[in-house]
Design a protein around this ligand. Sequence first.
Ligand code: ATP
Ligand code: TPS
Ligand code: MG
Length: 371
Amino acid sequence: MSTRGQPDTESTDDTTDPGSTGSTGSTGSTGSGPTVAETGEFGLIRAITRRLPVGADVLLGPGDDAAVVAAPDGRVVVTTDLLVEGRHFRRDWSSAYDTGRKAAAQNLADVAAMGARPTALVVGFAAPGELPVAWAEQLADGLRDECALVGASVAGGDVSSAAGIVLGITALGDLAGRAPIRRDGARPGDRVVLAGRIGWAEAGLALLRAAELPPEILRAHAEVVDAHRRPHPPYALGPLLAAAGAHAMCDVSDGLLADLGHVAAASAVWIDIDPTALPVPGPIRDAAAVLGADPLTWVLTGGDDHALVACLAPTALLPAGCVVIGRVLAAPTHVGPDGTRPDDRGAGHGVLVGGLDYRRGTGWDHFRQVT
Ligand SMILES: Nc1ncnc2c1ncn2[C@@H]1O[C@H](COP(=O)(O)OP(=O)(O)OP(=O)(O)O)[C@@H](O)[C@H]1O
Ligand SMILES: Cc1ncc(C[n+]2csc(CCOP(=O)(O)O)c2C)c(N)n1
Ligand SMILES: [Mg+2]
């Protein structure tokens, strides 16, 4: 990593303390130093960019009107996602550092889900004037460290003031000569495979939302609470599943059933999830027991973990780290308790659990979520 294209360094704070929430339940400290209103727009940009090393794919980094990013393949994978305070994260639940990790991960996972290797991010950042500069610095550290997992780096960005924190991140990626793995390629007979975790972040969110829970309960369930704060996408498995011949792939951002629903619709197929093949790990069961919730529903419909799901021919050799969780069908085979088959309504595609409709939701919808 070099500092190619970065502006002059000049800041009040030289620490790289990650401020991770870890398993303590604390949201980390951003200290009492200057606010972004005090440091001003260009002071804030300097404070952020001086912490961000520029990777090999970024030919010109922060500091000019635009960045220049290498596109070795000749095609560029590009995706963008917003993170809105109160909707995607809360400052009293997550540290600035974890929010940076999550913001990067959410976008890097979308690149991996195309079968590509992430190369660079550009970061839009809007915040209220009273935000400590240290919060923005720790956010930058989180972005930096999550990017480092895949060899990507931050190529540039923009800042503005706003009533609450909003991040708009764009990620770029390289397909290295491979075809992109789209949502519309699933074929009847394919196996559905899962790489990475699902249900963990939803379990953590449910505990955080249960306001009356004492802090020691959150600490006792730190694994799922931390999963809400920082996802662990299986980035390397994106290109590996592509190389294994994946016909379709996506990341699980909204919920397994919701995201596979997009694959089923785009591919005009039915996807049948075998609930007995789905891992329901102990920490999720334990959290569900606290709240009297159904852990399988969290696994089937919980978002924010950014696992990868792919559909591959039954003959495809699966990379290590994948679990077969279902199959792709041309039509539903089971008859429901009411005597009708799921496709009798004429949908032509859908996602089933054990051959039948799942009636406890599918996942997150920004405009339908009741909060
Ligand atoms: N405002 C928009 N303008 C143009 N295209 C959009 C817009 N919003 C979403 N899309 C496109 O619609 C498709 C679905 O978007 P969606 O955000 O659901 O996918 P995603 O980013 O994979 O999921 P998630 O945001 O949950 O991670 C994507 O191809 C996206 O680029
Ligand atoms: C404070 C707070 N409340 C609720 C949630 C849950 N949540 C928000 S957006 C989303 C789906 C993915 O987002 P997108 O579709 O925008 O990529 C989920 C599961 C959260 N993370 N933080
Ligand atoms: Mg999106």
